[in-house]
Write a new protein. Structure first.
Length: 373
């Protein structure tokens, strides 16, 4: 625990007995602090400590682990959120990391919840082999693509909310103003409201509503410009990063960006195309029992990546002759459209993974693409 007066970290836990083999670390990450636990080769707890989520704290955490012996591997939660900075720090110093999911809720209800307990569970999950995933490095062009897409997504949501607010405000506007706007489409409505010229007498409800409509409409225009800039930036960046990927049938900027983010800056962490399919949630899962031998849909994985593959399949089923021939053949075999689409998503994942790997492992393409200010 951090001492609020000195800012130093408090180390808890005692080393008992002789340390056996290399140590395994487990880290529970939070916004302000990270809690780390160390186990020896026999799975015995050597101790746990809490450090601030700062560069100095990262160094102290790593030094604390080294004090217990050579580090074999460290299991860490939240490498895509609170633990991103720590994960980059440890990876840059040659520490092998394993991504650990949060503890099972049923086990938590039985054992209770605390940061040291979560850190110990993370270390034990690594030692037991139940956690094996390599985290994304978040240190390359894919991280830039992810950040730009986050900004774009937020702007789209904000614009949708602004448009809805504009229409709702217009409902209660004076009849003359409401009737004037009734026949306008969305683009015309925003442009017209942005040009309104209310008087300075805001005590008049009509003038107050005009002022509100103008401000909301101008907000919509500003957000539209922001989205246009983000689209330009993403198109330029993704085209420079993965030109072969976006040349594939059904793969555009949006789909390519999502698949690159799913793979991460270190796609070598995906051991095979089957692992990538599982990550995207398009691998069939066995659901056999007794004499019944069947598979079911995988409802896990990255659902955004699953949606991207769905988009590719839908486009190809309509415009790609090879895919249309496949659909006809499988339909004649008695498969439903949904089952055929599941098969196609699996095939598309297999086809696109080599292109993703090539795009993210090729040498630097040269000058940076021009990004809108």
């Amino acid at each position: 625990m951090l001492d609020k007066q000195t800012g130093e970290h408090e180390i808890t836990g005692e080393i008992t007995g002789e340390i056996t083999g290399e140590i395994t670390g487990g880290i529970d990450t939070h916004a302000d602090t990270h809690t780390v636990a160390a186990l020896d080769g026999l799975g015995r707890l050597l101790g746990h400590a809490r450090f601030p989520a700062t560069t100095v704290g990262y160094a102290d955490l790593l030094g604390w682990l080294h004090n217990h012996g050579p580090i074999a591997v460290v299991g860490i939660e939240g490498t895509g959120s609170y633990g991103a900075g720590l994960a980059r720090f440890l990876t840059g110093r040659g520490v092998r990391l394993v991504e650990v999911d949060r503890p099972d809720r049923r086990a938590r209800r039985k054992q209770g919840k605390s940061d040291p307990a979560d850190a110990i569970c993370a270390a034990r999950a690594v030692q037991a082999g139940t956690a094996t995933g390599t985290p994304k490095t978040h240190d390359g062009v894919v991280e830039s693509i992810r950040a730009l897409r986050v900004a774009r997504s937020g702007a789209i949501k904000a614009r949708t909310a602004a448009i809805n607010t504009l229409r709702q405000t217009l409902i209660t506007a004076p009849a003359a103003l409401r009737e004037q706007m009734a026949a306008l489409g969305q683009a015309e409505l925003i442009a017209t409201c942005a040009k309104l010229r209310p008087t300075e007498d805001l005590r008049d409800p009509a003038q107050g509503i005009k002022t509100a409509l103008r401000r909301i409409a101008r907000r919509c225009q500003h957000l539209s410009e922001e989205i246009t800039d983000a689209d330009h930036d993403l198109k330029t960046l993704i085209a420079a990063t993965a030109p072969r990927l976006i040349d594939q049938a059904g793969v555009g900027t949006e789909v390519a960006g999502q698949l690159l983010i799913t793979a991460g800056d270190n796609p070598e962490r995906l051991r095979s195309e089957a692992a990538f399919a599982a990550l995207c949630g398009v691998n069939p899962l066995p659901a056999s029992s007794g004499r019944t031998d069947r598979h079911r849909l995988n409802r896990g994985g990255d659902r955004a990546a699953n949606s991207a593959l769905y988009t590719v399949v839908m486009v190809r089923m309509r415009y790609d002759q090879r895919t249309r021939n496949y659909v006809e053949r499988r339909t004649a075999q008695g498969l439903s459209k949904r089952e055929i689409m599941r098969c196609l998503k699996r095939y598309v994942a297999r086809e696109l993974l080599p292109l993703i790997r090539d795009a993210l492992t090729q040498p630097d393409p040269g000058p940076n693409p021009q990004i809108a200010a």
